[in-house]
Design a protein around this ligand. Sequence first.
Ligand code: EPZ
Length: 427
Amino acid sequence: MQKEWYEIKGGKRLEGTVTISGAKNAAVAIIPAAILAGEACVLENLPFIQDVQSLKEILEELGVTVDYTDGGCMRINSSTLTTTKALSEAVSSMRASYYLLGALLGLCHEVELALPGGCVIGARPIDQHVKGMRALGAEVELDCDRNIVRARADKLVGAEIFFDVVSVGATINVMLAACMAEGMTVLSNVAKEPHVVDVANFLNMMGASVRGAGTDVIRITGKPRLHGCGYAIIPDQIETGTFMIAAAATAGDVIIKNVIPTHMEAVSAKLMESGARVIEGDDGRDFYLRVIMNERPRPINVKTLPYPGFPTDLQQPMMAYLCAANGLSTINETIFENRFNHVRELRRMGASISLKDASTARVKGINALRGAEIYASDLRAGASLIVAGLAASGTTCVHNIQFIDRGYEYLEKKLTALGAEISRKMK
Ligand code: EPZ
C-alpha cells in the first residue's frame, strides 16, 4: 500500500473563509440508525471522509442497498437486509460500527458484531452499551476470545436506565434500540453532545418519539415500526474547533462558515481567554465565526468535560496551539486515559511539555515550534500535528495521515484556500 503524508511549510498566516462539512460523529451514528427505517432514507450533508465510506461498505456487507456520491448524499435502504452478522475486519477496525448493536437489535432483535477497534485512546469499554441493552430485555453475550458481541431478544421492553458514566456512544446506542422497544424508556445521566441531539432529531423524523435529547434525561416511547425520511446532518463541531484553533495558532484571521456558534461556546471562551477575538455573525445564509489573533497566545488552563464543557476531541489541537503561548498552560484530560500520544511528537518540534500524571500535561510556551518529521497516532492527534505544523517555522512532515482522512473532509484543500502551504505526498 502507498504511504501518504502531509508536507507543511509552516509559519503562514491563515486568512480567508472556510466552510465546515457535516459532522463526522453524527454521520457515523445516523448511517447505522437509518437501518431502523426498514425502507429508504436519504441523508444529506455527509462529510466525504473515510469513516463514512467504511460504513457504506459495512452496510453493503449486511445486504443493505446504499447509493453514495461525494456530493454528501447517501440513500440507504435496509429493506434488502440479509444478515444481522457484522463480523468483517471493516467492522472491528471502526469504533462507530458499535451502533449496529442498537440498530440491528432494535429492528431484528438479534445481532452478532465484531467488537470495535478505532482510535487508540484508552481502553474504551462498552459496558454501558451492554448494560442498556440488557435492561431492555436483550441477552447479551461477550465472546472475548473471538472479540465478538452477540445480542438477541424475543422482544425489547422499555426500561429506566441510569448510565454510570456519561457516554456518547452508549446514549446513542441504547436510544436506537429503545426506539423500537415496547413502552417507555427513560435514560438518565446521558451525553448531551450536539450529535446526540442530531441523532434524536433524525430518529424523530423516522417516526420515533425521542424527547429530551440535549438534557440529562431522554424519554423514548417505543414504536412498532419506523419509516424512511430525508435528513441533513449538522455541521461538524470538532472540524469547526480545529479551524478556529488553527486560525489562532497562525495569528490568522479566518471566517468559518456553516457553524452552530452555541456548539462552540467552550472553545470560543478558551480562545478569547488566550487573546484571540472570536466574533459571531450571520451572513443571511449561514452562521459564521470569525477568529482573529494578533498577538502571542496567553497561557490558559483547559479541562476536558462532556458537552457543554471543552471537548476532548479538541484537547490535542489546543495543546499544539498552547506550545507557543507566553507562559505555562495546564491541560487536564478527564474523558479518556491515554490521550496524550501527540505529546511525544510535539516534543520533537521543540515543545516543552511535561506530564504531571496520566491526565495532566503542563505546557511551557516557547517562542515557536520548529518543523520536524512527526507521526499521528489517532485522528485528533493528527489534527494536533497539523496545527503544530501550520504554526511552526520550517517544514513539517506529518505521517500516518490515514487517521486524519478518517475524519476531515478535503483538509489540505481547505487549508490551502486559507493560504497554508500543505501538500499530500506519497510513495
Ligand atoms: C465518542 O466516542 C466519539 N466517537 C469520540 O470521538 C469522542 O472523543 C467521545 O465520544 C467523547 O466525546 C464517536 O462519536 C464515534 P464515550 P465514544 O462513550 O462514544 C467511558 C473522535 O476523535 N465509557 O462518550 O466511544 C469511556 O472509556 C472520536 O472523533 C465507559 O466506561 O466515547 C470514556 O472514558 C474519538 N463505558 C468515557 O466513557 C462505556 O460503555 C466517554 O466515552 C462507554 C464509555
